[in-house]
Structures are given as C-alpha cells and as structure tokens.
Design a protein around this ligand. Structure first.
Ligand code: ADP
Ligand code: MG
Ligand code: ZN
Length: 479
C-alpha cells in the first residue's frame, strides 16, 4: 500500500518593532548583555500592567492581509497558562479563538505548478525568555520575554517535505518583503513547528498527528519531515497505531525524539486577559493597513514577466528580495534603449556573483554601484567601446570602487582597439611566434585560428576587438 503525508505548519516570526509587546523595553536584544532589557512588566512582577504596542498589532494585520486573510473586526487576547522558568508570569499572552486575522492562503510554486496552502490564522503572541543550560546550572535571560511574535498556522494542505520547504521559504520572503520580519533565522527571528501524520494514499481521513517543535531553520524542517514521515509510515504499515505526541528534532543525530504527550487546549486554561482591552479593528483601520503594503512579490513577479518580457526564472530571481526588485527596476529606467532582459542578466549574473562573494547586501552596495551604471555599461558595449570580457572587469571595478564605467574605461585605458593596423600588428606577432599552430592551420585544422585569436587578445590585454582580430589573422595567414 502507498502512504502519503499530511502536513500543517506553525510559523513564529518576531515582529520588527522598536519596543516589546506590552512595555517600553527595547525589542532589539540580539547583542545586549543578559537581563538588561527588562522591567516589571516583562519580568511578570505582580501588579505591573501591560500597555499594548499598537505598531505590532498593525504589522500583524499587514501580514494577515499579505496572506489573503480576513482581518477580524473583534479581536482579543488570552492568557495561555503554564509554568516554566522562561515564562515569569506563568502565562503567555496569546490569542485563542479571536485572532487578529484568519482564513487566508499562500501560494507556492512547485514542479507540478502553483499550489495554494490555506492559512488558518495569523495572530499575536508574546515571546518567552531564554534558558541556557551550562553543566549543572541553568541560566535564564529575560531580554526576549515579551517581544512581539506573530504565529501563522496553516491548514493541513501540505503533502511533502519539499512543499513544506517552499512554504517556509515563501513565508520568509513575504514577511521580510513587507517589513514585518528580519527573516534572520540564525538569530531565531523565525521558528517553525511542524505537524505531520501519514495515511493510506487516497484516504480522506487524517491519521494521528505528531508535532515537532522549535525547528530553527528551513533545512531542519525539511530533514525532520523526511525522517518523521519514514518513521510513521513504517509504524503504520506495520499495523501499529500512533499516539499523539510532541517530539523534538536532534540536529546532529538527524532523528526526532519523543518529548511529551501532546497537551490539549484545556490543559492551558485559556481565558481572556483581564488586563488587556478587546480591540475593534474597523474597516477604515484595515484599509489603512492595506494601503501601507507595498506591491507584493507574486504580483511584482508577474508584472516583471509581462512588462519586461522576462522568463519565469529570471522574474523569480529578480523578485527574491524587494531591494533586488527595486534595484532592477531603477536600472531598467536608467538604461533607456537597452532591453530589460540584458539589464536583468547583469543583475542575476555578475551582480549576484559579486554579492555572494563579498557577503554584502544589495542595499549596502546600491549606494556605490548605482543602478544607472548598468545602462552605462550596456551603452559602452553597444558602441563597441569595450568588449564583453572587459565589461565584466569594469563592472567588478565599479562594484568595488563605485567609479562609473566610463571613468574606469578612461582611467585604465580599456577602450577596445578597433584600429585595424594596430590589431594587424598583434596578429602578425601571433603568427610569427606560433609556427606549429600556423602549420596546423595551413594543414586544414581550421580551429587552430581560435588559439591565435586568443594570443592576440592576450597580447592586447583583452582590448582587441575579437572579430577584428580574427579578420586580421585571416589576412596575415592567407597572404
Ligand atoms: P493543536 O490544537 O494541537 O495546535 P490544531 O488543530 O490547531 O492543533 O492544528 C495545528 C496544526 O496542525 C495546523 O497547522 C494544522 O493544519 C495541523 N494539523 C491538524 N491536523 C493534522 C493532521 N492530522 N496531520 C497533520 N497536520 C495536522
Ligand atoms: Mg499548536
Ligand atoms: Zn519590559
């Protein structure tokens, strides 16, 4: 019998606000000494009252809208009660049955085509502190306590680890694009819980679900799912029944391990937080949030294809990040008269390569390597002032120094040699210096001329016009 997996994901993303969710402490704790971003509210001291961070609510609603959700008119906050050292108040402020937004979807591009994954809800949650275990000691840092999080819960619409990876990647791209998340996985700005069950293929009933908690990379999501699906399939195919439980992922061993039997909603004794007022999110307020959203990646990708005649792949690459898309469009605008596709090729080819090597972001680089430089370079190429290989060198130099292509060509004397007599001299030298190759050529090995063209290019420091070089060689050889 064939089995298939049913997967639903919960994505936690730290919201990019200046301050924490319910107090004025800075939410930027990445480089802070432990327990320096704390106050009575985020330490859960008795009597301390929370004040809601309005911007966090706005940003979660923006994310909800970007995920095609309905923004709920009435929303409120619940206490999720449990005791753990990283949660000083013994309850987490979260949302249970009145989330900020619900009923949306996110589309992923799989090899089989576009697939729509349902979004159940996107709601507010506060983060907990952080425990570090060192030998016999456990250390707790409350800098993260009360930092605003958004939780996005998907419908069980995902079927393969590959789809789960695409979903997480797309979610990250979208949240970063709209400015709600830093997307910085190394710093824990996004964390994933995966829910997975298996069932006989064709069955419409769900199997028993297992939750794997706290995965901190997209790669771990994929690996944990591959492992867990195989484990569950073996058990179910062997006639065993599974117990609903929570498991953890051991990154080094590459296995999932049982942590505890799954807690149910009633274990948490959810109830509305009496310290926080319910919110009424009006249609006007929602319209304002929608107006704050930039053009979203899917639409921008489709527009790039239609407006600039780009392939699906190129359009996807050029919309991988909003800063890349902005850079490309600025370059196209400045490169009047040159095909957008050529501009795109410089961005996805040379620029991506240089960014990858240097580890810089396009935002940081754009201040020196101005988008208009690409059009300038294309102009130099079109006029025959430089050839292709020289253009790459010039671009790299612009990338490093921020000088314009024309200034670099002039300063370094890189103009292509299109003077026939000068090229003829290089051709003569190449012929004189390589009698064996010339012999091969004369014996009918026509390809040998490519070597001689190479010699001319080398002798001219790459500046000879390659067509002229070949022409001059023919003239010298056939004389
Ligand atoms: P819980 O109350 O345990 O958190 P939910 O019903 O809220 O459970 O679902 C949590 C996540 O699990 C959602 O992403 C949902 O799509 C997914 N899910 C629910 N049932 C299953 C199942 N049988 N197999 C896999 N995933 C499931
Ligand atoms: Mg859950
Ligand atoms: Zn605080």
């Amino acid at each position: 019998m064939e089995y298939e997996a049913v997967i639903g994901l919960e994505v936690h993303a730290q919201i990019l606000t200046d301050s924490k969710m319910f107090c004025g402490c800075s939410a930027d704790y990445a480089n802070a000494a432990p327990n320096t971003h704390v106050c009575p509210v985020c330490l859960g001291l008795p009597g301390a009252l929370p004040v809601m961070n309005q911007r966090a609510i706005e940003m979660i609603a923006m994310a909800g809208l970007a995920l095609n959700c309905t923004i709920n008119h009435d929303t409120f906050f619940d206490r999720k009660n449990y005791f753990y050292v990283d949660l000083p108040s013994s309850y987490q402020r979260s949302q249970y049955d009145h989330p900020i937004s619900s009923n949306g979807w996110l589309e992923i591009e799989t090899s089989a085509g576009t697939q729509r994954i349902g979004i159940t809800r996107a709601h507010m949650e506060e983060d907990t502190g952080k425990l570090t275990h060192a030998g016999d000691l456990s250390l707790v840092d409350y800098n993260r306590s009360g930092v605003p999080l958004m939780e996005v819960v998907s419908e069980p619409d995902i079927r393969t680890p590959e789809e789960a990876k695409l979903y997480c990647t797309k979610m990250r791209q979208l949240l970063v694009w709209i400015g709600v998340s830093s997307g910085n996985l190394e710093e824990g700005a996004m964390r994933f819980d995966v829910n997975v069950s298996v069932r006989p293929k064709g069955s419409t009933k769900f199997g028993t679900k297992i939750e794997i908690k706290n995965l901190n990379s997209i790669r771990s999501v994929e690996r944990a799912l591959i492992y867990e699906i195989e484990r569950q399939t073996k058990l179910v195919a062997g006639g065993r029944s599974l117990q609903q439980e929570t498991r953890g992922w051991d990154e080094d061993k590459g296995v999932t391990l049982s942590q505890r039997s799954k807690e149910l909603a009633h274990d948490y004794r959810y109830f509305p937080d009496p310290d926080l007022p319910p919110l009424t999110l009006t249609a006007e307020w929602t319209a304002e949030r929608r107006a704050e959203l930039p053009e979203l990646p899917d639409l921008r990708r489709q527009r790039f294809q239609a407006a600039y005649g780009l392939s699906v792949q190129d359009a996807a690459l050029l919309t991988s990040e909003r800063a890349v898309a902005d850079y490309f469009e600025a370059a196209v605008k400045a490169a009047e008269g040159h095909p957008a596709k050529s501009v795109g090729n410089w961005v996805t080819g040379e620029l991506f390569r240089l960014l990858n090597d240097s580890g810089e972001t396009i935002r940081a680089v754009a201040a020196r390597l101005q988008p208009s430089f690409i059009g300038e370079l294309l102009g130099l190429l079109k006029a025959g002032t430089i050839n292709g290989p020289t253009a790459k060198l010039v671009f790299e130099e612009s990338f490093r120094s921020g000088s314009t292509p024309t200034a670099i060509v002039d300063a370094k004397g890189l103009r292509q040699i299109s003077d026939t007599s000068a090229v003829r001299q290089f051709a003569q030298q190449a012929v004189d210096a390589n009698p064996k190759v010339v012999g091969d050529y004369r014996a009918g090995k026509i390809q040998a001329i490519k070597f001689l063209v190479g010699q001319v290019m080398k002798a001219s420091k790459g500046q000879a016009n390659p067509q002229l070089a070949e022409q001059a060689l023919h003239e010298v050889l056939d004389r």
